[in-house]
Design a protein around this ligand. Structure first.
Ligand code: PEP
Ligand code: MN
Length: 339
């Protein structure tokens, strides 16, 4: 279990959280000192000074320390300050240049190096980062699954895409796989259920953002949980671990169900976008007094869809019925704009 705040803020903050999470059995303390922020003019981390605070945490609690490195400069400083665990963040894993620069800077290190999945759902980019590190003789490696960016609204801040992470596990079974439910969730209520899901899927560990006053955290305030919540969650996880059948023959079934869930969600997202677009068309028709139903246009669409159905081995009647239903609803919504 890796826990600690998203960002190192002050030495007091770090020591307060560290002493509390240590009591629940956390072995590795995390805190970002260089923060990759999506937007400028937000808190970008305390920098090198925070590495000294991590060492103070280690001295007082005996926990290992972990921080994110995103440049060769960060890597050199983290090694100089003898930080135990270095992680490459999701926004760095997407860039082969950045990963190579880091691999070169830490060549031959025996530190633990964890690689977060890239923000985009690209398995090769993730496994490629491991190849670069292995070629630089970095051997103590682990992977962190923190979810994938999607455009548009979604319950999670980052889509879990469990099948991709499980494919990673199949491709590189020798690399321990850790789940970061905090960055998948984006809000604290989803952290515990995601952590349990990961445990049931056979992950090797968890990284959970923990803060003694999460609402006033300087970054990722919504998703951090308190050390008390973490402690309760760890008790539940231990119980769950003991009750999970680790040789469950249903793993394959579970994996396929996750895949289906993702497709269903994509279908809904696409339907919503389609409906929004046909409503925009409806508005234009209304403004310019154009009639709503144009039979030719719909015949053309159906014709194209039936050809595609054939190409993809889908029954034509099923596609025809489905598209007629979608069309009917679009027309209904366009008509209601006119009334
Ligand atoms: C973090 O761990 O705080 C972080 C920035 O993570 P990610 O690279 O997964 O966004
Ligand atoms: Mn964070």
């Amino acid at each position: 279990m890796i826990a600690g705040p998203c960002s190192a803020e002050t030495q007091d903050q770090m020591l307060t959280i560290a002493h509390q999470v240590k009591q629940s059995g956390v072995e590795i303390f995390r805190a970002g000192v260089w923060k990759p922020r999506t937007r400028p003019n937000t808190f970008e981390g305390v920098g090198e000074e925070g590495l000294g605070w991590l060492n103070e945490v280690k001295r007082e609690t005996g926990m290992l320390t972990a921080t994110e490195i995103a440049t060769s400069g960060h890597a050199e400083l983290a090694l100089k300050h003898d930080i135990d665990v270095l992680w490459i963040g999701a926004r760095s894993t997407v860039s082969p240049f950045v990963v190579q620069e880091i691999a070169d800077a830490i060549r031959g290190t025996d530190k633990i190096v964890l690689v977060k999945n890239p923000v985009s759902p690209d398995l090769a980019l993730w496994t490629g980062a491991f190849e670069r590190l292995q070629q630089a003789n970095v051997v103590n490696l682990g992977a962190i699954h923190r979810g994938f960016t999607t455009y548009g609204s979604s319950v999670y801040r980052n889509q879990p895409n469990w099948p991709l992470a499980l494919d990673f596990k199949n491709q590189l079974p020798e690399i321990p796989l850790i789940c970061d439910p905090s960055h998948i969730a984006g809000v604290r209520d989803f952290v515990a259920p995601l952590a349990k899901e990961a445990l049931e899927l056979g992950y090797h560990g968890l990284m959970i953002e923990t803060h003694h006053t999460p609402d006033s955290a300087w970054s990722d305030a919504k998703q951090q949980i308190t050390p008390e919540t973490l402690s309760a969650l760890m008790t539940e996880l231990v119980d769950l671990y003991q009750s999970v059948d680790h040789t469950c023959p249903n793993k394959a079934l579970q994996k396929l169900r996750y895949k289906v869930d993702i497709f269903d969600q994509q279908l809904i997202n696409t339907l919503a976008l389609r409906m929004k677009t046909t409503n925009d068309i409806g508005m234009l028709k209304k403004q310019h007094g154009i009639e709503i139903l144009k039979a030719n246009r719909w015949e053309e669409v159906i014709h194209r869809m039936l050809a595609l159905a054939k190409e993809n081995g889908l029954p034509e009647s099923f596609i025809e019925n489905t598209f007629n239903m979608i069309h009917e609803e679009s027309l209904k919504q366009q008509l209601s704009l006119h009334n």
